[in-house]
Every structure is written in structure tokens, then in C-alpha cells.
Design a protein around this ligand. Structure first.
Ligand code: AHG
Ligand code: MN
Ligand code: MN
Length: 322
């Protein structure tokens, strides 16, 4: 029983047992843990240190950038940008990818991330998160190119998310199962609390923004009607990380389908759908666009949107059968 093991001890143990874990990955994951601690501290104090509200500019998606979005993005860049583990980073908050400058130590990994997920919930003290995805550099030469970021989700080296909720948790997979660590703020350590997470094959929860029901395609309407007839519970927080995490632990299905307003859906492939799809498949669940597995999609653009149906495998199959 490894419960209570620190993240560092766990990663070193993983290095002994799985070949794919090198010291760069360990350094990268330790960096993500540091980022999570810093953002967690700011999120919990946001109301006191003028970090709530709109920062004053609009991002590449045409969305208002919250102050905490910008803070979280800067934290990712500051902690990992010159860590020596990465050649480049892609962020929801940056239009083009960030290439680690020449002359700065570089490693052969790439990090794509949503620095703060659920921005609309920051000012009302509802759980938010960060999502990250790790790929290995595939282009030749030292410099990073956009093709390095546009790799299939199935080729991720690792992926995970942080949820800033009643407790701060770091959930990730490096390809051999899903582990959950809870931040013990009294000692500033992430300790293993959820070992080898598996999602129930069927859930009693469905998560979708029913406000858009009039714009759904027929089969989504059919699935949701069926879910109601089955007596399923609707739970929708409005933070993807919070909705996903609850369904991962309890079983259930999250849907952000394409609709007449968002023909490609709203969520982004590279740093929202793909990392969570990696996690859910490692946990025995499934993630689809509605017509193909998320992990098999070859991204064409950094900020490409994609419909996302993700969670318990039987529930995903039920939608596909509609
Ligand atoms: P972000 O704050 O990173 O832009 O993500 C917000 C996303 C996701 O967290 C959530 O599931 C979805 O927006 C909610 O969208 P609606 O408000 O349209 O339901
Ligand atoms: Mn998001
Ligand atoms: Mn975001």
C-alpha cells in the first residue's frame, strides 16, 4: 500500500519499474507540482489580493482573460520555461507556441496546457483547475516546430490535471495507470491519496449544459432523454476539470457536444480533450468526439476545438448507439 507516499518517492519508484520514465519526466512532474502549489495559494487568496475579475484583454478565443488566467499562465512559463526539461510550450492563453529560447537549457519534451480551467467560476469560489499534456519532441534539430505540438493524443508521454477545490489534487498518468495526489498544505507536499484510479464502467451521472438543449443534434437529445428516463442525476459545475474529476471517481458521462452555435464544440483538443482522454482511457473509460476516439485525432491547429463526450465506457457506448 503506497498511500501517503510523496510525489517524489512515487516518481522515483516509477522510474525503477517503467522504462519510459527518465529524470526529465520526473523534473517535469515536480515542476507541475510546484506550479500547482503556487496557483493553489493564489486561488485561495484571489479575493484578497486583487486577482479576481477581468484582466483587461481578450485571448485568441475571443474570451475575456481573467487575472487568474494570466497569473496561472505566467506561473507555468516561469517554473518550467527554463527548467531544462522542455523545448516548447503551448498554452490556451498564448496564440502561438512558446519556444524555449536558444542558449536556455532545453529537454526533449513539450508541454501543452490550460493554465486555468473554469475561469467563469473563479469569482464565485467554485472549483477550478489546470490541465496539462506531455509529448516527446519528434522534429529533427534543436528548435521546436508546430508539428511537435500537433501529435495524436495517443502518443502523449503523460497527462494530468490539478483541481483547486476543497482540497488541491494532482491527478496524472505516465502511461501505467492513473494516480491521485492530495496537497498536504501543512508540509507543502503532494501525498498519494488515490492509487490506481479506475472509472466505474457505468455511472448514474450525466453532465451537460442543458441551456443549449435547443441547439443539440438529435442523438444528444435522445441520449439525454434516455438518461432522464433512467433516473440519472444531472451534475454540471461549469469547470471541465471539476465535472470530469467527479465522474472519474463516481462514474458518469460529461458531454460538450457540437451544437448550432459551436459547430466544432467549445473545448480545445490539445490541452483539454486530449489530456483528459488519456487519463480516462488509462482509468478504463472512453472519450470520443461522437464519431471517433479523441486520442486518434491528429490535431491541425494549436487551438482546435472538438466535441467531447467522456467518461464511463458503457455510457459513451450508449451515446454512440443513439
Ligand atoms: P476555460 O475556463 O479554460 O475557458 O474552460 C471553460 C470551459 C470548461 O471548463 C467548461 O466545461 C466549459 O467551459 C463550460 O462552458 P459553458 O459555460 O458553455 O457550459
Ligand atoms: Mn478550460
Ligand atoms: Mn482556461
Amino acid at each position: 500500500m503506497l498511500k501517503g507516499m510523496t510525489l517524489t518517492q512515487f516518481l522515483l519508484k516509477q522510474k525503477r519499474t517503467s522504462s519510459g520514465i527518465d529524470e526529465n519526466i520526473i523534473g517535469l512532474m515536480e515542476g507541475v507540482a510546484t506550479i500547482a502549489k503556487v496557483i493553489s495559494r493564489e486561488v485561495s487568496q484571489a479575493g484578497l489580493i486583487d486577482l479576481l475579475g477581468y484582466q483587461g484583454d481578450i485571448n485568441v478565443h475571443g474570451e475575456q482573460v481573467q487575472k487568474l488566467d494570466a497569473f496561472a499562465n505566467t506561473t507555468f512559463i516561469n517554473v518550467l520555461g527554463s527548467s531544462g526539461f522542455l523545448t516548447g510550450m503551448a498554452s490556451e492563453e498564448i496564440e502561438d507556441f512558446y519556444a524555449v529560447p536558444e542558449g536556455t537549457p532545453r529537454g526533449n519534451y513539450l508541454l501543452s496546457f490550460d493554465p486555468l480551467d473554469g475561469s467563469s467560476n473563479i469569482d464565485v469560489n467554485v472549483s477550478v483547475g489546470s490541465i496539462f499534456s506531455i509529448h516527446k519532441k519528434i522534429s529533427s534539430g534543436d528548435a521546436v516546430s508546430v508539428t511537435d505540438f500537433l501529435q495524436k493524443g495517443r502518443d502523449q508521454v503523460g497527462a494530468g490535471y490539478v483541481i483547486y477545490g476543497p482540497s488541491t489534487m494532482l491527478i496524472f498518468s505516465l502511461g501505467s495507470g492513473v494516480q491521485g495526489f492530495t496537497l498536504d498544505t501543512s508540509i507543502g507536499e503532494f501525498l498519494l491519496s488515490h492509487e490506481n484510479i479506475k472509472i466505474p464502467i457505468k455511472g448514474k451521472i450525466y453532465s451537460i449544459n442543458e441551456g443549449y438543449a435547443f441547439m443539440w443534434e438529435e442523438r444528444i437529445k435522445k441520449y439525454v432523454d434516455g438518461a432522464k428516463k433512467e433516473g440519472k442525476t444531472l451534475r454540471y459545475v461549469g469547470s471541465l476539470v471539476a465535472d470530469f474529476h467527479r465522474n472519474l471517481l463516481k462514474g458518469g458521462l460529461f458531454l460538450y457536444p457540437a451544437d448550432s452555435k459551436n459547430p466544432q464544440g467549445k473545448l480545445r483538443l490539445l490541452y483539454e480533450a486530449s489530456p483528459l482522454a488519456f487519463i480516462v482511457e488509462q482509468a478504463g473509460g472512453a472519450a470520443t468526439t461522437g464519431s471517433q476516439p479523441i486520442l486518434d485525432l491528429l490535431p491541425e491547429k494549436l487551438h482546435q476545438r472538438v466535441p467531447l463526450i467522456i467518461g464511463s465506457i458503457n455510457d459513451v457506448k450508449q451515446v454512440e448507439a443513439c
